[in-house]
Design a protein around this ligand. Sequence first.
Ligand code: SF4
Length: 407
Amino acid sequence: MSQKDRSDLLPPYEESLEELLRLSRPAVAQVLEDSLADREITREEACRLADLQTPELKALVRVADLLRQREVGDVITYVVNRNINFTNICFVGCRFCAFSRGPRDEDAYFHSLETMGKKALEAWEMGATEVCVQGGLPRGLPAGYYKQILLEIKKWTPEMHIHAFSPMEVKYGVELRRIPLRDYLLELKEAGLGSLPGTAAEILNDEVRQTISRNKLSTREWIEIITTAHRLGIPSTSTLMYGHLERFEHWVDQLLLLRSIQKETGGLTEFVPLGFIHHHTDLYRMGLSRPGPTVEEHLKIHAVARLLLNGWVRHIQIAWVKLGEELSQACLQAGADDYSGTLIEENISRMAGATEGQFLSPVEMHRRIRKLGRIPAQRSTTYEILRYDPPDDWPATQPDAALARLL
Ligand code: SF4
């Protein structure tokens, strides 16, 4: 089903919540009413939201939007950041990935430490407060390489927040360094690591992982890395990849797992649903997956996340690179409250076939957020509000000349 086919599902809706609840099956309406009363939803109750009819989906979206408003008000935040995907060489071979290359491929690349430092400095001079550093996993990296990346970036930009290294990269780094996980994370923290991306999660179910990314870390290892980081004062994001071969129950189980991690550590800054971009992936070519998420799934994952994480994880982030403008705006009315980053230089989704660009100017972020009648605000990585006014030194559209220089 193409996204356009179901544009009737996109909020805002004419029907009132009362009307939509009246049109819903009682078992579904009950879950939504319990959520509004701040009662914690169980697995069994959440699973009743699996196959929703149209009025029920609209009711879910409206309830999620109300919970969002209650939890964080009408502010929609964003961070000015730059991605540094320092290499696309990777031996892991995830079937959903169109980014990785073998070391001898023509378009394989590996940025030097100095290049990474310079990229951080360029971003800092453009107003970025964060660099997000992730890459493929090349064989034979020097033992302390990830620490060297942090030290180099801090040398060029001492005040830059470094959001870096997926749990898979952390696992690899531990193997290279041959020291316990806790000591390794402490070493990275001392070298300047500010937070971890909660990526490499995809679906935290080992049966699904066996098909989509069999060489990746296990669910147990992902949990261990994330919770150890939290206990050491290193916060992380959390993610889920949807729209491939997973089922609704997998979403529910993952969201409940994240809720329990948050109850224990309080270290999750946000939850980010990541729609599967299928075009250039083996997973799709081999007939093992759906062709990405439907409109219903996009709305539903953001809304169900708001319900299940209510009171625990405050922020639900949209991935505008994958969603595009129309669906981004819709998901921000379905429980989400964060526009993610300006992402000067985005490579991973682009290689899989995403066409929404590599950069969204803060000026454009402000325009889109105001269009929703909400309040834009630039935030830090850990959600401190930095400013409400749009920076007036940014162009409204993609600064082609500046980008050409940066890329
Ligand atoms: S998702 Fe990451 S670990 Fe998996 S193949 Fe791609 S770059 Fe490698």
